[in-house]
Design a protein around this ligand. Sequence first.
Ligand code: DAH
Length: 352
Amino acid sequence: MQDKLNEIEKAALESLAVVDDPAAVEAWRVTHLGRSSELMGVFSSLGKLSKEERPVVGAAANRVKVALEAALEEKAAAVKNAALAKSLAEEKLDVTLPGRAKNIGRLHPSTQQLRRVLAILAEMGFQVFTSREVETDDMNFQMLNFPLHHPARDMQDTFFVEAENRGDNPILMRTHTSPGQIHAMRKFAATNPSDPPPIRIALPGMCFRYEQITARSEVQFNQVEGLAVGKNITFADLKGTIADFVRRMFGEGARLRFRASYFPFTEPSAEIDVECFVCGGKGCQVCKNSGWLEILGCGMVHPNVLMNGGYDPKVYSGFAWGMGPERQLMLRNKVGDIRYFWGNDVRFLEQF
Ligand code: DAH
């Protein structure tokens, strides 16, 4: 009987040695320590032994049982530790890996530049006045001293929205922010028609022209119009204001020049050039070898325009300008093609 017990123990421990997962541990327990295991069979047959043999065999069987239980416990712990180590290794988190950058939204470059321009103008005392994008011919042209059929209209080819049955006053997309001047003057004048208040405003917004789309021209673009109207405003005020703006926008050292020009709604009229950012005035491809880049048109508000706005030109004078934020960005950041602005290519937009 002692030999049999030794064999049971030896066989059980040998088969336990190759057990390596929790299910096999449980199967081993059922086989070797379960109710119908060989070892339990020894216990149930104790009753058939003689009085002398019974305690001896019982003690020996008990020793085997205790030994197998201890081995089982040890194996179960080892299998559990191995499983834990395995899952730790597989699910390892490398905290030194660089994170993935989040794609965050941003303002469109035109909006950014528009806000820069308006922030500078606000510091200089210009209040924002917004005006509609869909206009009538009389506001976009006639009130601004473009007579009907005047050749100066060819300067701004127009998208018409509704022309039928509207005679000489079709509805159109504004070609510039200048009609906002009339809206603004009329609104201010209405507050005190016999003695209208002075005006100092910036008019930002989208403009539309029926143009061939090329690297230099688009069918839509922003403008920021400026308008100052008061009782003693002179061309010197216009020069000082523009020079101040240019320094605030392009830097203290930025050089500029006034060049005589023509617009129907201003007299006299001028265009402003700044020294070329690219070559510093020496002459290059960007400035077409002139050393200068045009950034805006301006002038003293034409008496007819003041009158159309409700301001008596014998009492009031004023100056105005119109400039393009996209054009400024192109010059500043050397963007060679205006089509990038509305092309929706994030590789372009993400650079700003
Ligand atoms: N409206 C002109 C354009 O779009 C720009 C302009 C020039 C506006 C002179 C002005 C001005 O107010 O005084 O080409």
